[in-house]
Every structure is written in structure tokens, then in C-alpha cells.
Design a protein around this ligand. Structure first.
Ligand code: SF4
Length: 451
């Protein structure tokens, strides 16, 4: 049997006799778009567009397994992430089973012998040219300066949307609380934004009376529902820390019962240990315990010096968010991991850019606007547009390939251009489908070119 990875590549590149495809139940299948490979767990391909017999095309996910029995054996039938799967692609001929989505066996429909395909697809990284978006061609015809102009215009829109949302929230809860809520959101990354935001929203209920970073951390672990109920029984240092946390939480628990979140709200599966919310809560606890974070951010924003390079801004903002040591989390990735030989930072340098472009700069900018301080506002904008690029991520990778036809991350010159590309994905791709149906962006690009 071929490796599953090869089947995924065959599916992505559609190295199939595409006009002969039939499901196990005998329905004719047209693949209008195979979907986009997902790097985030769940089904292998997202957003495929398929047509069964003469029915209208449908959009959904595609899962690839060697055998059709994999649908139950791998627990896809019980996993809510798989509820949008419309096609189960397998290697071997499969019998129809009404309990699984439509099944397509690849073995008899490859367009070349398997060994030949394995060789041909060996070095095929990224999205095949045929799967690029309809905007890829007009975008390619733009001069570099025009492309940059489009991306920066989209980035400006994204920045202002964030800033306006902060203004609206600040009217209800004040600027400082708005900043905390957005910092917590950012610490949730994409999977745990909502529970993190919930914690920040109830801060005034669970924070009073906790002063040290450890006390705040204990409260946060308790109200988040992420304080493990059991000792690890493997790591002495972890168990000592857990006993202390439980000693604190037992005392507090009744008083904060109403803020406690269900553990099920957190998405913990597949997270890198460094991104585990328990670790992020420890970081937030240190920020809260310092009592100076908000003032320091304000001072950082006000220190307008055009001579300072973008790298220095990153470094100075990083220094504000930097936590020197946490007695437990500097030495452990998780509660269960062994003690590290070297302490690890609670916040990597790369994350500072996420905090800057998503939280700190929009917050400073909209506050400056509210205060009628145009000079300050322009300075914040200048920093935003000169901010170095953030770490690459799966949204950017796919967008670069689909819209710009490149895997080269350096094509985007800074964080603002990355933000602009993400905004285009949100404004256009998210309202269309994999075959770019009814998308107005290609026409917009053409008209931009001729203006
Ligand atoms: S949906 Fe629109 S913006 Fe997205 S790739 Fe297709 S044409 Fe481009």
C-alpha cells in the first residue's frame, strides 16, 4: 500500500483520470476544486468543491485514509472536526457504507503508475499552479510598488477595524481594561481566543486580593478550569508547584465559583507545549502582578524618536513584555514535562510582533485619535508600516501561494504587508469558495493597475 502522504499529494495535484471518477456507491464525481491541504489537524483538505452526478456543486472537506475502515478506526465518526467532510478518499476499492460520507478509491483511477507518480511528485511542495486563485494572474502583472500599495491599503483597513473595535469597547469598560482584554485574546492565539477573552472580561471579579504573580497565577488556573485535578506523580517539581496552587485555590474557590470556565472550552489538542494556555496564563499573571505594564506601554508609545530603527522598537517592546523568571514555567514546558536544563522564556521574540500589530499599535493609535493627537497618531502608523515581518503561519503560507503564486515568505516586506494579505483573505476568499466563485477581487486588482 502507498504511504498516505503520497495519496494526499496525488489528491492535491489531482493526478487522476478525472473524468472517470465514481464513488463507491456509483455516483459520478467531478472535482471542481480538491480543497486546501490543512496543517492544523482535522480533515486533510478543507473547502473542496465537488459535484455528485448532476446535483449542484457542494463545498466541504476531504479526508484521506488508506482504507475506508479508517473512518471508524481513526475515530472520525466521533470527531466534530470531521462533520463537514463530504468525501472520504481511500486507496483500496471500498464498499458503500451509509454511515460514512461518499467514498472514492484512488487505486484504479491514477493517471500514471504509482511508482512514476511517487517520483514525479517527490519534490512538489506547495500549491499546484492550477489551484491558484483567479486573482493570481492580475496580481502577478502588477509592478512591485503597486502590489505593495494594495497590501498596505488592506493593512490600513485591518488596523482601523481593530482600532475601532477597541474604541467601542473602551467606551464601555475604559482604555486599560480594553488593553487587557486584547492582550489576553492575543495570548489565546487562534484556538483559545474566547476563553482567554472571557478571563479578561471577568478580571475585576477574580483579581482583587491576589498580589503576587503566584497568587494571580493560581487564581487564573482555577478560574480557567485548567488547574490539573491530579498530581503528575512523575515530576517532583511539578507536584510541589501543583500542591501550592491547590492550597491557594481551595481557599479561593467558593468565592470565584461564578467565574470558573468549563475545561471543555479550551482547545488543547495539537498545541505546541510552548503555546499551552497554562503557560500563557503564567505570563499574564506576571504582567498583572507588575502593575506597570499599561503605563510602560503608554510611555513606549509616547517615546517618538524618528531615529530609532524598527529593530529597536521590537527590542524595546519585547523588554516591556519580558518576564525575567517564573519559578516553575521557566523550567517546564507543561506540568508533565521534565525539568528543562536551560530556562526558556515565557514569551518568544516572534510573539512580540503579534502583540504589537494586533494590540499595542492599534490601541495607541485610537487613543491618540480620541485625544486629538495627530502627531502621535502618525508616529504610531509609521511604526506599524515599518514593523518587521511576523513569523510565518499557515494562513499566510496558503494565501501567498494562492494569491501571489509564491512560497517565498520574503515577498512580503513587513508585518503590515502580511496583515494586508490576511485582510484580503478575510474580505474576499472567506466570502467565496475554492474556485473563487463571484469574487470581485480580480477585477479590483485590474482596475487598480489601470488607475
Ligand atoms: S477568492 Fe478572490 S481573493 Fe481569494 S484567491 Fe480567489 S480570486 Fe483571489
Amino acid at each position: 500500500m502507498p504511504p498516505e502522504k503520497l495519496l494526499q499529494t496525488v489528491w492535491q495535484h489531482q493526478r487522476l483520470r478525472r473524468d472517470e471518477l465514481k464513488t463507491a456507491a456509483g455516483r459520478r464525481l467531478r472535482v471542481l476544486h480538491p480543497g486546501f491541504a490543512s496543517a492544523e489537524g482535522g480533515p486533510d483538505f478543507r473547502g473542496a468543491v465537488l459535484q455528485f452526478d448532476q446535483a449542484p456543486p457542494v463545498s466541504g472537506d476531504v479526508e484521506i485514509d488508506l482504507q475506508s475502515s479508517g473512518w471508524h478506526a481513526h475515530g472520525h465518526d466521533q470527531n466534530p472536526s470531521f462533520k463537514n467532510v463530504i468525501l472520504h478518499v481511500v486507496w483500496e476499492t471500498a464498499k458503500p457504507n451509509p454511515q460514512v460520507p461518499a467514498v472514492l478509491a484512488l487505486q484504479s483511477v491514477l493517471d500514471a503508475p504509482l511508482a512514476e507518480l511517487a517520483l514525479a511528485l517527490e519534490n512538489e511542495a506547495g500549491l499546484p499552479e492550477a489551484l491558484r486563485g483567479q486573482c493570481a494572474s492580475p496580481l502577478r502583472e502588477l509592478a512591485a510598488a503597486q502590489l505593495s500599495e494594495i497590501l498596505r491599503a488592506a493593512a490600513q483597513v485591518r488596523f482601523q477595524i481593530k482600532a475601532e473595535a477597541m474604541r467601542a469597547r473602551a467606551k464601555a469598560v475604559g482604555w486599560e481594561q480594553t488593553l487587557w482584554e486584547n492582550l489576553f485574546r492575543a495570548l489565546g492565539y487562534k484556538h483559545n481566543v474566547w476563553p482567554m477573552l472571557n478571563l479578561a472580561e471577568t478580571k475585576s471579579r477574580w483579581l482583587p486580593g491576589a498580589g503576587s504573580a503566584l497568587e494571580i497565577q493560581t487564581r487564573l488556573l482555577g478560574v480557567s478550569g485548567l488547574l490539573p485535578a491530579e498530581l503528575t506523580r512523575a515530576e517532583k517539581s511539578a507536584d510541589t508547584f501543583l500542591r501550592r496552587a491547590w492550597d491557594g485555590w481551595w481557599r479561593d474557590r467558593d468565592a470565584f465559583e461564578s467565574c470558573v470556565l468549563p475545561r471543555a472550552l479550551w482547545k488543547l489538542h495539537g498545541l505546541r507545549p510552548a503555546n499551552h494556555p497554562q503557560r500563557r496564563l503564567a505570563l499574564a499573571a506576571h504582567w498583572l502582578a507588575s502593575g506597570q505594564l499599561v503605563a510602560k506601554i503608554g510611555d513606549w508609545g509616547a517615546a517618538a524618536d524618528p531615529q530609532v530603527s524598527p529593530t529597536r522598537w521590537v527590542a524595546s517592546l519585547h523588554a516591556i513584555f519580558w518576564v525575567e523568571r517564573d519559578e516553575f514555567w521557566s523550567w517546564h514546558w507543561t506540568f508533565k514535562s521534565a525539568r528543562l536544563a536551560q530556562p526558556q522564556p515565557l514569551l518568544g521574540a516572534a510573539r512580540v510582533t503579534d502583540l504589537a500589530v494586533n494590540v499595542v499599535l492599534p490601541w495607541l493609535w485610537i487613543r491618540a485619535q480620541e485625544g486629538g493627537n495627530e502627531t502621535f497618531q502618525r508616529e504610531v502608523e509609521r511604526r506599524f508600516f515599518a514593523w518587521p515581518a511576523a513569523e510565518d503561519n499557515s494562513v499566510l503560507k496558503l494565501a501567498r501561494q494562492r494569491l501571489l503564486g509564491t512560497t517565498n515568505a520574503r515577498l512580503l516586506k513587513g508585518a503590515a504587508e502580511q496583515q494586508g494579505l490576511m485582510q484580503i483573505v478575510r474580505d474576499f476568499c472567506a466570502h467565496s469558495n475554492a474556485i473563487c466563485a463571484d469574487c470581485r477581487f480580480p477585477d479590483l486588482v485590474r482596475s487598480w493597475r489601470t488607475n
